[in-house]
Write a protein that binds this ligand. Sequence first.
Ligand SMILES: [Zn+2]
Length: 352
Amino acid sequence: MSMDFIRLLQETIGRLLGYIFRFLRIKRIEDKVSKLQKVITKSEQECYKRNVNHENLHRIPLLQFNEKIAIADDFYINTKIVTFTKTMAKLTGLIYTSGGGGTCFLQKIRRLVDEAGNSTGRAVFTFTTAYHVFGAEDKLLLDWITYKTKVILFYDERIEDFFNEKKCPRLKECRLLDTDKEEGIENDWCAIECEVDCSKVFVTNNQEKNLVDTLESCLQIYKTQQKEIYELLTNNTIRKNLVIIVGHPHYRPKQVSVGRHYPSLKDEPKKVRSGQLWCRYYYDAPTCIGNSGSPVFIPGQPIAGFGYWFGHQHNHKRNVPENLFPDKYEIARKETPKLQFLGMSSIGVELC
Ligand SMILES: [Zn+2]
């Protein structure tokens, strides 16, 4: 056999194997997408809020949320708040674990350095969420590692993007950092950390971008925009009881929920130390399973420390069952007679 023939044979086999592997990879992803689609459909069919929430005009896919958004009734959303919400959405991820899933929010990025102060090429992302997304509470601290926690970023457009790691980077090295469990207070907040390689990239609009640089800049913009909104509010140009929640209801690509919160229902279970207050908000923005841990933005909250937040902001906790809290519904319906469901946030810390 001539050398040319052998080379040709090798090339043909190589090409053939390439086709087979590509085919198998596409097939594997198609299988995963169809499995995820089934999980979403099942979760939506079983949702007791489906008739009220799923077609609700107050819940908008992120990519359709813009300055011209028409929301039923008298909701007018200031342009600055729309822009801010989009920044907040970039910092919002889907978190999934062996025990369940929900939404998480990037609060902080820390670049790691060695003893001499040189970069190690690694960074730590701190996310906040609700600890019931793990499907466990008391056991969480002990069995953390078994929950195999992952965070998916920029899952904004299509269900199949969930498996497209170039578009939607997946963070795997996560650990539990802190929870706010406290005797006598129904808390549900926790912080997790994920370690990321500083050279990690993702693709957006056919352009490759550095993940750590991009998110660091988003965090900076987030703080600046939040400050601007706080100032606008003091000039009375923004509706006072507006609430905006960004999340992944039923594990769908990102959606924005808009509604009002009810200041008269606000819980204030504890004063931490002078000038600081633990509190919880109640609101009617439509939320479903998967929204747990979502960032809850209330313009003008007097929270300091991180922009205008102290340490952490409020995350969405859960629906408020009417049979357990009839008084809350009665008070809220004085303002909104057609109110169907109330949601509550986790405890956050404010200035008072
Ligand atoms: Zn639902």
